[in-house]
Design a binder for this molecule. Structure first.
Ligand code: ARG
Length: 629
């Protein structure tokens, strides 16, 4: 409708005017309304109602609408055809992708998320990136993009020299035939405790500090005697992270880890390329790039350092290397078999400046040119690739491209705000310490478990555990994902576990309730068991509540697309909440099991489709459903 009405606006004389189609607020205004005529008419200095009439003349919606009319100052109200709704619902229900269609040329999207520093245990500060990134990756994948998950873990730097030195020198560990350090593994159960011990050891004597520094130097030069200790430490830390991912149901595996250290070989090349492009300057012994686009505190161009005076590289240098790698270098080198068309960086908003600067330098240096994608070849065939801009998704563009630049891979920072306690301050333990992620997950499950037992004391221990896990973890994720990620949000156990409001338990309950209809239906008409015509009846929408539910259901594909485009999972949560609401009022107003024949079959089919959409929607968010709660 958006496309067709926009085209009609154009034909009627308004160039570049969007149709602005939105769901209507009230049934008497139809199912949808297009609000674009008013603005277009204003621009053209003509009467909006007259203009809307001219648009209607150019518009043919007869295949899907039974009535299109002009109301008020120039709104176009659209009343969808019943048969069209029925048809659409039928094909949606028969499609495992629920009518979400794959883009014509699905590009490769890299989602860079979680990325903890391996020196310490994962804490609550890693939660948002991990769940938001995972939901986006799942959604993009479902739509049909080729998704590359990248866990850009911090595994390099002086800290790691110390940690590896401590491992090598304090524990008498031998390298076994298969390269494992069994003794160490059994010693290090508590990563933070280990870090503390190592730090104490380091600080306790000048000798230890010297040993540790020697270790760093040897590690950095790739000394084969030292490297295994560092590797072993990283493996220990990664297995801790994997335990967390497993409990959270986050799809980040071993192969998705591409830590900072893996870009080491590229760093000298990054600096060299910047130099070759005439971008590299020196200031106080350090090498970097002056950026007119950003000012330092004196109002002068910001100097982004890529190599310190002692020769060391920085976080930004590694990110430049990673961009280069992802946008084609990695494929050229034969390390990977993909090239990104879009890269999403899911980190907290404090890194916004960092990414804005890195993206700007990357563009200047040509690290994110689409050349590798073959888009230039395409462009020469008369299909110019869209010129993308480096941007902060959901925020303001940070670096526009000029007309002459090459098409760029879309580099997007996906920022999020902080998690606050109910006191409005950053979320901490009661003692004011950092909350370990493992502890947070334990608490989510035990709180959910207590609620389950209270409501249902007869459930078996196993059953309670299973429900507590799905509901507890689901609630934790949903509470985060349902917020507009760009702002801070207040983390409240009671609110997130509530069965009322826009929460995971509410959504899971809505799903379980629909499942119970099918269980009852099996009992009342055993002949239908196994589903024959149980829910396979054709859908015929007639009652207003059915119609409202139908229209909501059909909004699933466009909702999923907006989530992927804006990187905003909260759009999906808001949709699911509205869908559950539409279902509840349908269920109150339209008897399902008590109705008969075709009506019963149609209503059962609507129930089934609603359950499918809720289940799929929650799955895109990484949340499980339950048959019974
Ligand atoms: N390790 C980083 C941190 O803990 C996050 C990595 C984000 N990704 C990136 N390419 N810089 O803040």
């Amino acid at each position: 409708m958006e496309q067709r009405i926009s085209r009609a606006l154009q034909t009627a004389g308004a160039a570049d005017a969007p149709a602005l189609v939105v769901p209507s607020g009230r049934p008497e205004f139809g199912d949808y309304q297009a609000n674009g005529c008013m603005a277009a008419a204003k621009k053209m200095k003509t009467n909006p109602v007259e203009f809307a009439k001219a648009v209607l003349e150019k518009l043919d919606l007869s295949d899907l609408a039974e009535k299109v009319e002009i109301k008020g100052p120039g709104f176009i109200n659209i009343f969808l055809k019943r048969e069209w709704l029925d048809d659409q619902l039928g094909s949606m229900k028969a499609d495992e992708k629920l009518s979400v269609s794959q883009p014509e040329t699905p590009e490769t999207v890299v989602v860079d998320y979680s990325g903890p520093n391996l020196a310490k245990e994962m804490h609550v500060g890693h939660l948002r990136s991990t769940i938001i990134g995972d939901a986006l990756a799942r959604t993009l994948q479902f739509i049909g993009y080729k998704v590359i998950r990248q866990n850009h873990v911090g595994d390099w730097g002086t800290q790691f020299g110390m940690l590896a030195a401590f491992l090598a020198l304090q524990y008498s560990i031998k390298q076994t035939e298969n390269g494992l350090f069994f003794e160490a593994v059994s010693h290090i159960k508590d990563l933070d405790g280990y870090y503390k011990l190592a730090n104490e050891w380091f600080k306790s004597s000048e000798e230890n500090q010297q040993k540790s520094r020697d270790f760093v130097v040897r590690l950095q030069s790739g000394d084969p005697e030292i490297v295994p200790y560092w590797k072993e430490f990283c493996n220990l830390s990664l297995s801790h992270a994997r335990t967390i991912y497993g409990r959270l149901g986050v799809l980040l595996g071993k192969n998705d880890v591409r830590g900072e250290s893996l870009y080491n070989d590229y760093l000298p090349q990054v600096v060299k390329t910047l130099d070759e492009k005439g971008l590299l300057k020196e200031s106080e012994g350090a090498k970097g790039v002056f950026l007119n686009e950003f000012k330092n505190k004196d109002g002068d161009p910001f100097f982004m350092i890529v190599q310190k005076s002692d020769g060391g590289y920085l976080y930004a240098t590694t990110d430049l290397a990673a961009i280069w790698f992802r946008c084609g270098k990695g494929k050229e080198d034969g390390t990977v078999d993909w090239t990104a068309g879009r890269v999403l960086y899911v980190t907290d908003s404090r890194q916004a400046q960092h990414f804005a600067q890195v993206f700007t330098v990357a563009k200047k240096a040509g690290f994110a040119d689409r050349t590798w994608l073959g888009h230039l070849a395409q462009a020469s065939q008369g299909h110019p690739a869209p010129v993308q801009e480096a941007k902060t998704t959901g925020g303001t563009p940070v670096a526009r491209l000029d007309e002459t630049s090459k098409p760029q891979v879309s580099l997007e920072h996906v920022p999020f705000g902080m998690m606050l306690g109910t006191d409005g301050r950053p979320f901490k333990t009661r003692e004011g310490g950092t909350v370990k992620l493992m502890d947070l997950l334990d608490e989510a499950e035990s709180r959910a478990g207590a609620l389950v037992k209270e409501k249902n004391p007869d459930l078996s221990e196993d059953k309670v555990k299973d429900i507590a896990h799905k509901v507890g973890i689901g609630a934790l994720k949903y509470a985060d994902l349902s917020q507009n990620r760009t702002s801070d949000y207040v983390f409240s156990w009671d609110k997130m576990l509530s069965l009322e409001g826009n929460t995971a338990p509410y959504m899971q309950y809505a799903y379980a309730r629909i499942q119970s209809i099918f269980r009852k239906q099996d009992e009342t008409s055993p002949a239908c068991q196994g589903g024959d015509d149980a829910d396979n009846g054709a859908i015929h929408v007639s009652e207003p509540a059915e119609r409202a539910l139908a229209v909501k259901l059909l909004q699933f594909p466009e909702t999923v697309e907006s989530v992927a485009e804006a990187c905003m999972p909260n759009i999906l949560c808001a949709y699911l909440y509205e869908l559950a609401g539409a279902f509840m009022s349908f269920y109150e107003n339209c008897p399902v099991l008590k109705s008969e024949g075709a009506v019963r079959a149609s209503r059962l089919a609507l129930c089934r489709l609603t359950a499918m959409v809720i289940q799929q929607g929650l799955a895109l968010l990484g949340i499980e459903t339950l048959e019974q709660m």
